[in-house]
Design a binder for this molecule. Structure first.
Ligand code: COA
Length: 161
């Protein structure tokens, strides 16, 4: 494996960065994996927090993850995790999930929860269940269809301390 490239993760703060996140998702989910391009941008995008990973110093975008919180359930949702194919196996996926978890902890604490744990949910594609399991996500319920492909709901009780 070649050397791990220098990189950074930021929470996006302007429209140009949001568009860079969308472009990575379109490259990975639509062009590489064949999911419908029409539904790639969904109802969560306007309200979600978008994380962008980019190389330094070039600022070339290479990875994304998206976080949101349901007002109904109070659960956090991890979605749209993707690392461009050429940059996989460098632990960038892990770093994006860890950045998302840190954001969840901070957000929960801002909302007044100081100890215990918060529930985080993701809908995993079947081949990456093992990836999420490494962080403690546990499958809940049966596989279901999402965008024409089987998915598994996975749940993590994320400790706040
Ligand atoms: C899933 C994805 C984000 C992982 O990113 P990555 O940067 O290659 O993964 P990492 O290098 O951070 O891997 C972290 C750990 O998970 C493991 N892992 C990676 N992919 C895995 C998989 N598909 N199944 C099980 N374990 C996996 C790695 O071996 C590593 O293990 P270790 O920490 O014990 O050594 C990347 O493969 C991807 O973008 N895939 C296409 C999009 C996709 O499927 N997204 C998920 C939608 S639910």
């Amino acid at each position: 494996m070649s050397e791990r490239p220098a990189h950074e993760i930021l929470i996006v703060s302007n429209e140009a960065e949001v568009q860079q996140c969308y472009q990575i998702r379109i490259d990975v989910f639509a062009h590489e994996q064949g999911f419908p391009i029409e539904t790639e941008i969904d109802h969560l995008d306007p309200i979600a927090t978008h994380f962008l990973m980019r190389l330094t110093p070039s600022l070339t975008p290479i990875g994304v993850i998206r976080g949101s919180k349901s007002n109904e359930t109070g659960y956090y949702k991890l979605s749209r995790l993707a690392v461009l194919k050429d940059y996989r196996q460098f632990k960038f996926g892990r770093e994006l999930v860890e950045a998302f978890h840190e954001w969840v902890r901070t957000d929960a604490q801002k909302s007044g929860q100081v100890d215990g744990s918060v529930k985080v949910v993701c809908h995993s594609q079947i081949p990456v269940k093992g990836f999420y399991a490494k962080f403690g996500y546990i499958p809940e319920g049966k596989e279901f269809d999402e965008e024409g492909d089987p998915h598994q709901k996975m749940v993590l009780e994320l400790p706040l301390q």
